[in-house]
Ligand binder design. Structure first.
Ligand SMILES: [Zn+2]
Length: 303
């Protein structure tokens, strides 16, 4: 089992949140579960994103990041996963003086200590100052193959169109860093088209591709993997209803679909649970994992 779309800050085991808060003398809300986990039916994406406030506040030291990466990887291993790509935005962990590089080193250290294969994807943020995003790309290049496997663009897709980040990803290309881009989640097909034009090797979500049949054809033809995340998309209303999730429709059209969790804690799920919710047959589970195996940034046998 492979998870290619998994955010570190949205996937902290609640027991670790308690430990970190205790160590940092950070007051926890009475209802920790409600503070960390988004409702099944969010009013909007913002209500979902509020659940990242507490984890982010706790992940501002190298020690906390190292422990978070270790705890998550240990959990993934216990769940029977074989490989994962864990993403986070180093620039969101610099409030207390860490540099982006120090944040990345801390996460890589935690992953390495776990022994679980989980190279990091470094997220640039929509709406962030350009130098911060360029620093993320440069950091990805510096650690490429040494704990980092790619970069990404995350954040408010509806407010900051993908096409605004052309130059940023041209820079990534110039440094030889591969990338996925969150697209077609809060915005429509134009966002996915832009990500493709900008050279994204995969699309984060891409769930709204179906609004443009020509785009679905293009994705199938070029075998661009989609990192689909069912529960998260239902919660944020990227799909109208669970029945509206287009996994089977895309598979039938030959699109390279993968199934991922996005945020195990914020979405209250895990990979097996996602397979169950989607009622995947053993054959379909094989297919999405075969696709993930093809789509992974760090190929088997690479360091
Ligand atoms: Zn995501």
């Amino acid at each position: 089992m492979i998870d290619l779309h998994l955010h570190l800050d949205g996937s902290l085991p609640p027991a670790l949140v308690r430990e970190l808060a205790q160590g940092q003398h950070f007051p926890l809300p009475g209802n920790l579960e409600a503070a960390l986990r988004a409702p099944q039916d969010c009013r909007n994406l913002n209500e979902y994103l509020e659940r990242f406030d507490l984890p982010l506040a706790l992940l501002q030291t190298a020690d906390a990041l190292e422990r978070a990466a270790y705890a998550l990887c240990t959990e993934l291993q216990a769940q029977g996963l074989d490989y994962a790509e864990v993403r986070f935005a180093p620039q969101l962990h610099t409030r207390e003086g860490l540099t982006q590089r120090q944040a990345v080193e801390a996460v890589c250290k935690g992953v390495a200590r776990s022994g679980f294969p989980a190279p990091a994807i470094l997220c640039c943020m929509r709406g962030a100052d350009e130098p911060l995003n360029r620093e993320t790309i440069a950091t990805a290049a510096a650690y490429q193959g040494r704990g980092v496997c790619a970069c990404d663009l995350a954040g408010a897709e509806a407010l900051y169109p993908t096409s605004q980040y052309r130059e940023l990803f041209a820079y990534a290309r110039s440094l030889g860093v591969p990338y996925t881009i969150h697209a077609g989640e809060a915005a429509g097909p134009e966002s996915i088209w832009a990500a493709l034009e900008m050279g994204a090797s995969r699309i984060g979500h891409g769930v709204r591709a179906r609004e443009d049949p020509a785009l679905v054809k293009e994705l199938a033809q070029r075998q661009i993997p989609l990192e689909l995340c069912f529960t998260s998309n239902v919660q944020t209303k990227a799909v109208a209803s669970p029945a509206d999730f287009p996994l089977r429709e895309y598979l039938a059209q030959g699109v390279c679909c993968t199934v991922n969790t996005d945020n195990t804690t914020v979405s209250g799920t895990n990979l097996r649970e996602e397979y169950k919710k989607l009622a995947l047959s053993p054959e379909e589970i094989k297919t999405v994992n075969r696709n993930a195996q093809k789509a992974r940034f760090q190929k088997e046998g690479d360091v």
